[in-house]
Design a protein around this ligand. Structure first.
Ligand SMILES: [Zn+2]
Length: 376
């Protein structure tokens, strides 16, 4: 991945390249940024830059043998680790059985999150983690001689999923690295990292993208229209990874019409309409269902922003503004938390393969009760 393919983050990228050119390469670094910041994309571009044999100040060359291998994610001195689950009870629990899924995902996009990964490997509700065996395997891989005599690079995604015993197995490698080893930890929530690990990493804070940056990036990633890109970025509060996930479900724009008719049916407790809508809701598949729930959550939050929050936080299209000007009075401090957590729970249930018609019907009834709650 070239730096030019990373969305925004240009000054940080230029600092990273400068560090490589002046040979200030820490052997254990933390790319620390929330989902959608592009920390993973930056780590990939950085790894390629480390390996590029013909780098220029602005970027990797994109043409040398190393760059070509990176573009196919087949560089022998680039190692990957990430959370996974144990496929069967026999043998060691290492990431190897998942490496080809990972490579496919990374060839598709570096704007990739845990939800995409769960979907890719069919993990549903399984708890993903980085095992002790995997840490031993990392020690082994990084102990080998580099194929091309340069840096051996490890990109470890989501180190916060390491357990204490796993982290302990990596500590020695972090403290006394083998020659020419560079470990890049990419974290979405560094507050969950063990202090013993955190304190030993050189931290690179990757800031959030602005809405405009995320929308421009999404436009490039998915080729959607400008309005549509901004729509998805608003729904996901500027998280390009989540926006990318929603945009790929095929819908051009968020589901305002469906949401407004659903809220009307909930308000009057129109059972027939609720039933019809639960069928509509279930029809397009789980990705679209999750997208709709995410959108509903966005609209509920925006109702509150409109009622109590700063105008600068309002992220709405004119159509949505018109709808919320009437609807937002039904969302208030007495029901917003409950409605939000119901929607979040429904999202989880759908991701976990619970019957979506049942989820939707149940949600509709509960939201009816909450909408009828008096604000005062
Ligand atoms: Zn190159």
């Amino acid at each position: 991945m070239l730096f030019s393919e990373v969305v925004a983050q240009t000054s940080l990228a230029s600092r990273l390249r400068e560090g490589v050119r002046s040979e200030k390469v820490a052997h254990a670094q933390l790319f620390d940024g929330s989902e959608g910041s592009g920390a993973l994309a930056l780590a990939r571009a950085y790894a390629q830059y480390l390996h590029c044999t013909d780098r220029i100040p602005e970027d990797s060359c994109g043409k040398c043998a190393s760059c070509v291998a990176h573009s196919k994610l087949q560089h022998p001195d680039l190692h990957w680790s990430f959370p996974f689950f144990k496929k069967d009870s026999s043998g060691r629990s290492i990431s190897d059985p998942f490496q080809s899924d990972w490579r496919e995902s990374m060839l598709d996009t570096a704007y990739f999150g845990i939800e995409d990964w769960l979907g890719k490997i069919g993990a549903d509700k399984k708890q993903l983690f980085i095992s002790v065996d995997e840490a031993l395997e990392i020690n082994r891989k990084l102990g080998l001689k580099a194929f091309h005599g340069g840096y051996k690079v490890l990109i470890l995604w989501l180190p916060e999923t390491m357990r204490v015993d796993t982290a302990n197995k990596l500590l020695k490698l972090i403290e006394e690295p083998t020659d020419n080893t560079v470990m890049l930890f990419v974290s979405n929530s560094s507050d969950r990292l063990l202090p013993t690990i955190l304190s030993r990493l050189q931290r690179i804070k990757v800031p959030r993208l602005s809405d405009a940056e995320a929308a421009t990036g999404l436009l490039k990633l998915r080729g959607v229209s400008e309005d549509s890109a901004m729509g998805w970025v608003h729904v996901t509060e500027g998280n390009i990874t989540a926006a990318n996930r929603l945009a790929r479900t095929g819908s051009e724009t968020p589901d305002l019409e469906l949401f407004s008719s659903w809220m009307r049916a909930c308000w009057v407790r129109d059972a027939e309409a609720m039933m019809r809508q639960s069928n509509d809701f279930a029809a397009p598949g789980r990705e679209a269902q999750k997208r709709f729930i995410t959108y509903a959550l966005h609209m509920v939050r925006q109702s509150i922003v409109g009622n109590y929050g700063a105008p600068s936080l309002v992220r709405l299209t004119p159509g949505e503004k018109a709808f919320l000007s009437k609807f937002s009075k039904f969302i208030h401090h007495k029901n917003v938390v409950k409605i939000s957590s119901l929607l979040e729970a429904a999202h989880k249930d759908i991701a976990g393969n619970v019957n979506s018609k049942v989820v939707f019907m149940d949600l509709s009834v509960q939201i009816h009760i909450l909408l009828r709650k008096e604000a005062a």
